[in-house]
Ligand binder design. Structure first.
Ligand code: TA6
Length: 277
């Protein structure tokens, strides 16, 4: 494990072990690579990403906190402020069959306009042949705090039109402010997709021509499925026009009626686990 820097000066923790390789940027505590040894990468990053300070990295696992999506105050940044803030690497522990990397977001980094609470935000990455991400908010204030959040994970596929998502059948989704709609079948991709599922089961499987990726969630009954498709791809920063063919997002979330509600002195942990089946 070492600390490296991109040409643009962004620092990241580089993990190269016998069971996996990974990269975790201090900006946003954003994991941008996770590849189990001898297997294909489980995480996608845009070929046009240029790693600029203060800008969300297009890919990996953006941490959307302390809100998901567009804030009721439209002047505020989409997906909150955690992903553009500088986190502190607390611990890198190499136990026999796993590596644990823990980072904390110093609240001094968070403008209290956006988050007027006393709290701690910590993320733990547990790296084996699986990737486990645990985002914990501890409420040190005297009032209950309610917020939305998501682990906005980008997954790779050789071909989005040949990719299906299994495990959302039976749940309902809102899309483009319409719905809810019932999800009865496997989910396929043939247009812009931006589905926010509620009451979703804890595990989905992304079935791609390269294999099946299993995605588990903890303390989350909502999840988001996204592919920008043709037109939106042209409007996205750091995203090549034809890259939508090679990616999808399946996001562990606490959104809509699944917001995180944390009483004084309590903690809430949103977790996602990712592995090849
Ligand atoms: O999770 C889906 C979504 O909310 C889309 O609507 C799109 O905005 C995407 O996130 C990417 O957002 P970003 O701010 O990273 O470009």
């Amino acid at each position: 494990v070492s600390i490296e820097q991109t040409d643009s000066g962004l620092e990241y923790i580089n993990v190269a072990s016998e069971f996996c390789s990974a990269k975790i940027f201090l900006q946003g505590a954003q994991l941008t690579e996770f590849t189990p040894s001898g297997k294909k990468p489980l995480i996608w990053v845009s070929s046009e990403e240029d790693y600029q300070e203060g800008k969300g990295i297009r890919g990996g696992i953006p941490i959307c906190w302390p809100w998901f999506g567009v804030n009721p105050n439209p002047e505020w940044p989409i997906h909150g402020v955690a992903r553009t803030s500088l986190w502190r690497a607390d611990e890198v522990a190499e136990q026999d069959d796993e590596i644990k990397v823990s980072l904390t977001l110093p609240m001094a980094q968070v403008d209290e306009t956006y988050w007027p609470h006393k709290s701690k935000l910590k993320v733990e990455f547990i790296l084996t042949s699986k990737l486990e991400v645990r985002l914990t908010t501890t409420n040190l204030s005297s009032e209950t705090i309610t917020f939305t959040q998501a682990l906005h994970t980008y997954f790779p596929t050789p071909s989005i039109v040949d990719t299906k998502v299994d495990g959302l059948q039976g749940s309902k989704y809102i899309e483009f402010d319409e719905g809810p709609f019932d999800q009865n079948e496997l989910v396929g991709f043939a247009r812009e997709t931006d589905m926010v599922y509620t009451q979703a089961s804890e595990t989905q499987r992304i079935i791609t021509p390269d294999g099946i990726i299993e995605v588990g969630r903890e303390n989350s009954s909502s999840c988001v499925l996204w592919n920008p498709w043709i037109d939106k791809s042209k409007r996205l920063s750091n995203f090549a026009d034809d890259e939508y063919h090679t990616m999808l997002c399946l996001e562990a979330a606490n959104v809509m009626n699944d917001s995180a509600v944390v009483a004084p002195g309590e903690s809430h942990t949103l977790a996602t686990t990712i592995s090849w089946v």
